[in-house]
Design a protein around this ligand. Structure first.
Ligand code: GLU
Length: 452
């Protein structure tokens, strides 16, 4: 990867050490570099961080677990996958973060996600540390029985490492309430404990929280609502492009429409659909929840002017606001150039690290306001922390109350980013604000806890 901007002198050797100690983990290097680029003014102001090697310690996970996951498929054949849990930092609370089941998962992906999670969770202001896990298991085309056997085998190892006060996994790509259910069932059976707070993203009848399903998408839109309001605007009448069509994308689309904007395109790995009338969410949800449902089927079902484009880029669709909500590095410099040409003024990351460094640079140079995932998509994990609160008090809150809490948390994260950016001489810079505000809260807790 080409980086024209050198790192601040104080952190450059730390980055070199990270590369040397974690060979081949390009996504992890990218996530670390993005944070370190913001920390120059912080280390200048706080020599105590360097004295106790806070940044070096932050880049080294507290614990990394890699394990074998054997299972049998429907034809009785033995299948083998690899499981991961990276317990990155527990200065602020138990390790917290999702599990991703996707064939692209390897240690470098889990570590990039776990590293991001530390700062994201810190930004929420809630008592949660950072971690992430998953497997290279590919759920695509697998039967319900296969998913259950794989997931039970995964938990048969994972259970010994997690707990309400230790490490609390949740969902991510490929892990939704069905998988959380099978994992919770297996955990309960092995431990003989109905320990609701050990997993979040549970179903509403067995310890889950209202709004958790919607939270990442809704939170993303609440954050952008604050960005718009900061310059006297709103979603009313705005054209929005949302990449992806999974959990984050769908609830982002729903909330944009509720607030008066129009989402004109969404996508999956097979291409994107373009619907000038606004994406018909009930239809999209119905298609995507069926077996093998693709956005191409949406265009086929709609007909008329609705088009499916399988060999283009969703960023070619003109819009005011772009929300990448699919996966890492989905928006590159070419996509950024297309967005700039189309007059886009705001890009906010609903997914984790969907924008490449080259794309971020191009957007910022063109004056597009850019907000990073660790701030924008923090509503998911924040609502997980609210689920943990409800579990700890054996209580459950109403949808309205929980959504209000979420919206207030997103408002606070937004304001914390802008205030911190101001304080460190980078007004309006959401990247610097998110990285610095996330970092200082963890760093101060690590200082207070001594050399552990
Ligand atoms: N995987 C989600 C994220 O990236 C949610 C994690 C959680 O709820 O613990 O933030």
């Amino acid at each position: 990867m080409h980086h024209p901007h050198p790192l601040p002198d104080a952190v450059a050797p730390i980055f070199e050490e990270v590369i040397r100690r974690n060979p081949g983990e390009s996504e992890f290097h990218q996530a670390v570099r993005e944070v370190l680029e913001s920390l120059g003014p912080v280390v200048a102001k706080h020599p105590e961080y360097a004295d106790s090697a806070i940044i070096r310690r932050l880049c080294e996970p507290e614990r990394q677990i890699i394990f074998r996951v054997p299972w049998t498929d429907d034809s009785g054949r033995v299948q083998l996958n690899r499981g991961f849990r990276v317990e990155f930092n527990s200065a602020l609370g138990p390790f917290k973060g999702g599990l991703r089941f996707h064939p692209s998962v390897y240690l470098g992906i889990v570590k990039f996600l776990g590293f991001e999670q530390i700062f994201k969770n810190s930004l929420t202001g809630l008592p949660i540390g950072g971690g992430k896990g998953g497997s290279d298991f590919d759920p695509k085309g697998r039967s319900n029985g296969e998913v259950m056997r794989f997931t039970q085998s995964f938990m048969t190892e994972l259970y010994r490492h997690i707990g309400e006060y230790t490490d609390v996994p949740a969902g991510d790509i490929g892990v939704g309430s069905r998988e959380i259910g099978y994992m919770f069932g297996q955990y309960k059976r092995i431990t003989n404990r109905y320990e609701s707070g050990v997993l979040t993203g549970k179903g509403l009848t067995w310890g889950g929280s209202q709004v958790r399903t919607e939270a990442t998408g809704y939170g993303t839109v609440f954050f952008v609502q604050e960005m718009l309001a900061a310059t006297g605007g709103s979603f009313a009448g705005r054209r929005v492009v949302v990449s992806g069509s999974g959990n984050v994308a769908r609830y982002a689309i729903e909330k944009v429409h509720e607030l008066g904007g129009t989402v004109v395109a969404c996508s999956d790995s097979g291409g994107y659909v373009w619907d000038e009338a606004g994406i018909d969410l009930p239809l999209l949800a119905q298609i995507k929840s069926g077996p093998g449902g693709r956005v191409a089927d949406y265009a086929a079902a709609k007909g008329g002017a609705v088009r499916h484009i399988s060999d283009g880029s969703i960023w070619d669709v003109t819009c005011d606001v772009a929300l990448p909500c699919a996966t890492q590095n989905e928006l590159d410099a070419e996509g950024a150039a297309a967005l700039i040409r189309g007059g886009c003024t705001i890009v906010a990351e609903g997914a984790n690290m969907p924008t490449t460094p080259g794309a971020i640079r191009a957007l910022r140079e063109a004056g597009v306001r850019f907000a990073p995932g660790k701030a924008v998509n923090a509503g998911g994990v924040a609502t997980s922390a609210l689920e943990m609160q409800q579990n700890a008090s054996r209580d459950s809150w109403s949808f309205e109350h929980t959504e209000e809490r979420l919206q207030e948390i997103m408002r606070q994260i937004h304001d914390r980013c802008l205030e911190t950016a101001d304080e460190y001489g980078a007004p309006g810079d959401y990247v610097a604000g998110a990285n610095i505000a996330g970092f200082t809260r963890v760093a101060d807790a690590m200082l207070a806890l001594g050399l552990v």
